[in-house]
Design a protein around this ligand. Structure first.
Ligand code: HEM
Length: 393
């Protein structure tokens, strides 16, 4: 009997696109790990994401609350809910991500980006992930929360610990570490909410407190949920951009010569090698999709990374090109759970790359194999050692 296709082998994580091409030849089918149902064609991925009644997100939170944890507010965050509760909560929360909040943050994000870019070109031998791609979103999220700058380092550790919960078969030491992180997060966010109740400011938490009808637990779950949603994804967007440019010298030359191309570059990276590769859902009934019946209660992985290489939607899909025009991108999801932070992520990436490219003549990756994240959801390099050449001024 043929082995089922496996999404989690090291070769596939290093480059999932050949397997995605194979999957697109098939209707939805069961794959490893765990016999989940893989959906890979553009049309099918859209059908899954826009139908929360039959492809539910409620229930996914259980993986964030394994038997060895008594409490984890992430398990009840926005992305783990279905309508009508999701609709109600999202309506209350979405304003905090609106254009007003972003224009307030923009000059401060630019200042962070310029500081990081300046230090990068001064040092020249760097790890792009540790020295730029990670500190930028960690410091921005810190700012967004309204925490002290020194907290940015904790945010990354907390985000990593949260992301590790569903996948792990933890040792007693790991359990203790994760519990410790969760307790630290809860203390920190609870204190922050108290402070802002006493002295409101112009930050996210003050905005959340002002929302009519929101509960303390909903605010906490939201603050917890932003960590896995908002750090790793943006790190990988920046890192994937540099990785792709390292193998596309003509495109690198074009963007360095013309920084107005940066928004196009970001959109094409989001399509060609998206940091958010997939979204998970659970079927609430037997569902027919492309002629196949997925049974009720199945775990479905909607592979946006595969859908965005679908020739039926993106001609010449396997080619990275800065000249694509207005094709709709699934990188931030689709339908009711469309990423709340999409505008913020695009803004961070644009300001980060503008600050960097204005100081850069070129760069080259250090020799050696790149290690990739071991996840079907978030894709990017764990480290990207490189030598940067500063621009001559
Ligand atoms: C390049 C960076 C990012 C990518 C690729 C990304 C991707 C996604 C995707 C694919 C979803 C949908 C998940 C699903 O359908 O189950 C999502 C949801 C979400 N994202 Fe992002 N995201 C990014 C950055 C951010 C940032 C910076 C924030 C906030 C600080 C954020 C906050 C959220 C939230 C709150 C949701 C849940 C929305 C809902 O369930 O209604 N994201 N994101």
């Amino acid at each position: 009997m043929e082995q089922p296709l496996n999404l989690m082998t090291p070769e596939v994580r290093a480059n999932p696109y050949p397997l995605y091409a194979e999957l697109r030849q098939l209707p939805p089918c069961q794959v490893e790990p765990g016999g989940m149902w893989a959906v890979s064609r553009y049309e099918d991925v859209v059908a899954v994401l826009k139908d929360p009644r039959r492809f539910s997100s409620a229930g996914l939170g259980r993986s964030f609350l394994p038997p060895w944890l008594e409490r984890n507010p992430t398990a009840h965050s926005l992305v783990m809910k279905d309508p009508p509760e999701h609709t109600r909560l999202r309506g209350m929360l979405s304003r905090t991500f609106g254009p007003a909040a972003l224009s307030r943050l923009e000059p401060r994000i630019r200042a962070i980006a310029e500081q990081l870019a300046e230090s990068l070109v001064r040092r020249q031998e760097v790890d792009f992930v540790a020295d730029f791609a990670l500190p930028l979103p960690a410091r921005v999220l810190n700012l967004f929360y309204g925490l002290e700058p020194s907290m940015a380092l904790h945010l990354k550790r907390w985000a990593d610990d949260l992301v590790s919960i569903p996948a792990s078969q933890p040792t007693p030491q790991r359990i203790a570490e994760v519990r410790h992180s969760l307790a630290e997060m809860e203390r920190c966010f609870t204190a922050l909410i108290e402070e802002r109740r006493a002295t409101p400011g112009e930050d996210l938490v003050s905005e959340l407190i002002r929302v009519e009808g929101i509960t303390q637990e909903e605010i906490l779950s939201f603050l917890f949920g932003l960590l896995p949603a908002g750090v790793e994804t943006t790190v990988y967007l920046l890192a994937n951009t540099m990785f792709i440019l390292s193998t596309h010298p003509r495109e690198l030359e074009r963007v360095l010569a013309n920084r107005a191309l940066i928004p196009r570059l970001i959109e094409e990276v989001l399509r060609y090698d998206p940091p958010g590769q997939s979204s998970l859902r659970l079927t609430t009934e037997d569902v027919a999709l492309s002629g196949v019946t997925i049974p009720r209660g199945s775990l479905v992985v909607a592979l946006m990374g595969a859908a965005m290489r679908d020739e039926r939607q993106f001609p010449d899909a396997e080619r990275f090109s800065l000249d694509r025009e207005g094709q709709s991108n699934l990188s931030f999801g689709h339908g009711p759970h469309f990423c709340l932070g999409a505008m913020l992520a695009r803004l961070e990436a644009r300001l980060g790359l503008e600050a960097l490219f204005s100081r850069l003549r070129g760069f080259s990756l250090s020799p050696g194999e790149v290690r990739w994240s071991h996840s079907i959801i978030a894709r990017g390099p764990l480290a990207l050692p490189m030598r940067v050449e500063p621009a001559e001024h």
